[in-house]
Design a protein around this ligand. Structure first.
Ligand code: SF4
Ligand code: SF4
Length: 395
């Protein structure tokens, strides 16, 4: 790999939230303390070195960048207050903005006022767009899909998903290609033969199943708080509950549409609270609201080193997740009240507008790490798999 020094990298990373990395004198304390450094005596120091000497390509193609859970243990121990944990978080923000070619991620991270205005206007756009296609508000029952037709939500949702897939997959493909080239992993190493497929299957299970959904290493290795913090307030648990809640809501929404397509249940048909899809949505919503509420409280109180500093984009994402969960519950309450309340229609409109915005902005915000991280961890897991022959060149 040709390494060209980018003298603008270091000041650029500071714009994304990195502390004064010139204070780092490579003492290695962060490596000694980091529960993820394992046998790698250079993690996370190597990332800081890349920034110091302007090795932009090396930084962006580092699969290890996404291993870090931002537990903050290295920052607690750094003798010069270079805050390596926050550096890693800033580098990931920088990476998300670099992989995104629309400029939206950069706007959100570097221009907080404009980014917030953009988020508010986008939510307003979705609300006005849905409202323009509204139908009558029944007073006999809370007929939310007569007020905002299911077809309108469905068609708008498909357009949003296509945009998200185009923007998101382009970014992920850029990252995967960069890491793949560096690691000497190409299509043939992943899919070439049965042995390659078996290795890839194990790496996929490790990155997606154990690490991302199961949070195994986060739970076991960033466990300094295990002695002092109740299990339901520990960072890995709150993070996991938020992920599971968000995925559960996406799954319940998809399932509801699936049942409608199969002709089993029309979207919007009243069902008892224990109906499986409704129950799944309720439990998932509870998890999302619990997780995001604890995260907001911890950030407000700067409860630990990992949340000592919050970027405006952190608040925007938490606010969108929290409002989505809370309006979902408000809607559920309205649906089961004996008298249909008129406010239920407006809560529904807000819920749909914010949920659409959340999905549309996902590739440009911290939420994108939900995809970037498993892909990078796939390469980490693949590197541990024994492989015959010399590395191939990625085409
Ligand atoms: S502990 Fe601080 S000074 Fe030491 S290598 Fe890590 S970041 Fe640099
Ligand atoms: S924040 Fe935690 S996981 Fe990340 S580099 Fe520091 S010690 Fe390691």
């Amino acid at each position: 790999m040709t390494a060209l020094a980018d003298v603008g990298l270091y000041p650029e990373l500071q714009k994304y939230g990195a502390a004064d990395m010139s204070a780092c004198f490579s003492c290695g304390t962060c490596t000694a303390i980091c529960p993820l450094s394992e046998n790698d005596a250079t993690f996370p120091r190597r990332m800081i070195r890349y920034a110091q000497v302007g090795m932009k390509d090396a930084l962006l193609s580092s699969k290890e960048l996404w291993s870090c859970f931002h537990c903050g243990e290295c920052s607690e121990s750094c003798p010069t207050d270079a805050d390596p944990g926050e550096f890693m978080a800033a580098a990931r923000r920088y990476a998300i903005a670099s992989y995104d070619r629309t400029g939206i991620a950069r706007l959100i991270y570097l221009q907080p006022a404009l980014g917030t205005l953009f988020a508010v206007l986008l939510a307003a756009f979705f609300a006005v767009f849905m409202y323009a296609g509204r139908g009558p508000q029944s007073t006999e029952s809370l007929a939310i899909f007569t007020f905002i037709p299911a077809e309108l939500i469905h068609d708008t949702g498909i357009v949003v998903m296509i945009l998200v897939l185009l923007a998101g997959l382009a970014g992920v493909a850029r990252m995967a290609r960069a890491i793949g080239r560096r690691e000497g992993v190409g299509w043939r190493s992943v899919f070439g033969d049965r042995a390659a497929l078996a290795r890839s299957g194990r790496a996929l299970w490790s990155s997606l199943g154990r690490e991302s959904l199961g949070q195994v290493r986060y739970r076991r290795e960033c466990a300094s708080e295990a002695q002092t913090v109740a299990w339901y307030r520990r960072r890995w648990f709150v993070h996991a509950v938020t992920i599971w809640g968000f995925l559960g809501l996406l799954f319940a929404t998809g399932l509801d549409y699936g049942l409608a397509i199969l002709g089993i249940k029309e979207t919007g048909t009243p069902v008892p609270i224990w109906y499986p899809v409704r129950l799944l949505g309720t439990v998932a919503g509870l998890m999302l609201v619990y997780g995001t509420t604890v995260m907001i409280i911890d950030r407000v109180r700067a409860a630990n080193r990992s949340v000592a500093r919050s970027a405006p984009a952190d608040w925007t994402l938490l606010a969108l997740l929290w409002i989505t969960g809370l309006t979902g519950f408000g809607l559920e309450l309205a649906l089961y009240l004996p008298e249909p309340p008129a406010w239920g229609y407006w809560v529904f409109l807000l819920h749909v507008a914010i949920a659409m915005e959340l999905v549309l902005l996902a590739p440009f915000m911290k939420l994108a790490h939900a995809v970037y991280r498993p892909v990078a961890l796939f390469f980490v897991a693949l590197a541990r798999e024994p492989r015959e022959g010399a590395p191939e060149t990625n085409g």
